[in-house]
Design a binder for this molecule. Structure first.
Ligand SMILES: *[C@@H]1O[C@H](CO)[C@@H](O)[C@H](O)[C@H]1NC(C)=O
Ligand SMILES: *[C@@H]1O[C@H](CO)[C@@H](O)[C@H](O)[C@H]1NC(C)=O
Ligand SMILES: *[C@@H]1O[C@H](CO)[C@@H](O)[C@H](O)[C@H]1NC(C)=O
Ligand SMILES: *[C@@H]1O[C@H](CO)[C@@H](O)[C@H](O)[C@H]1NC(C)=O
Length: 181
């Protein structure tokens, strides 16, 4: 599942939702995003069975790589053990809120209600299929107050997805360092 989400981060985008939210939102910048994050909710029109969509998700880290780009890192549990996935995300200079994954592939990241919560989203066409994904992320916390959850529902609706498709993923701590013995 986590691998599938990473794969989807490769999807191109381009719709900028201009919403009216309860909490103030602002474009995220690399330096403000650094640290540990949890996936609180997510939604996406992925062609996967429901059980797969609801599988547990590990936390992730946003760090800066050697060349100063934001880097997404996530330890994913595999049969061979925990594998760390890394993906560079460069702030798109003339395109506020967006980070370039590579040529023509972008992810939008906005903070909601301060800098401890954010919504990352992808919206694009790959192989003639319109694919969308949104994720409510929290720093140091995998719970959010009701207003943030409502804002996320609005965000998902504005993207053209049904809020009933929002998933509250169980937390996967199988690759947390202190869980391994
Ligand atoms: C992945 O696990 C390794 C080994 O425990 C750890 O050093 C690394 O910081 C972890 N990475 C993330 C993104 O949690
Ligand atoms: C979001 O906005 C509501 C209403 O103003 C406020 O009560 C809540 O604390 C805000 N949430 C965060 C995380 O700032
Ligand atoms: C998340 O925040 C809530 C409310 O502030 C708190 O009760 C809870 O312990 C926090 N959870 C974690 C994992 O930090
Ligand atoms: C969203 O999904 C629910 C249940 O699957 C359905 O009843 C509702 O009509 C859908 N709403 C929209 C706007 O498609």
């Amino acid at each position: 599942m986590a691998t599938m989400m990473l794969f989807l981060l490769t999807i191109s985008l381009t719709v900028h939702s201009v919403g009216c939210f309860i909490n103030h939102s602002e474009c995220a910048k690399t330096d403000k995003l650094l640290g540990n994050w949890y996936i609180i909710r997510w939604a996406g029109n992925l062609p996967l069975p429901e059980a797969k969509l609801r599988s547990p998700l590990p936390p992730f880290v946003l760090a800066k790589n050697k060349i100063g780009y934001l880097e997404f890192r996530m330890n994913i549990s595999k049969p061979i053990g925990c594998v760390e996935f890394k993906m560079a995300m460069n702030e798109a200079k003339d395109f506020p809120c967006y980070f370039t994954l590579w040529m023509w592939h972008y992810v939008s990241i906005k903070f909601f209600g301060g800098e401890n919560f954010g919504i990352a989203s992808l919206n694009g066409i790959t192989n003639n299929v319109h694919q969308m994904m949104a994720m409510l992320m929290g720093r140091r916390n995998y719970t959010a107050d009701t207003t943030l959850l409502l804002d996320f529902e609005d965000f998902v609706n504005q993207m053209g997805m049904n809020k009933t498709s929002i998933i509250n993923p169980p937390y996967d701590d199988s690759c947390e360092p202190d869980k391994k013995s």
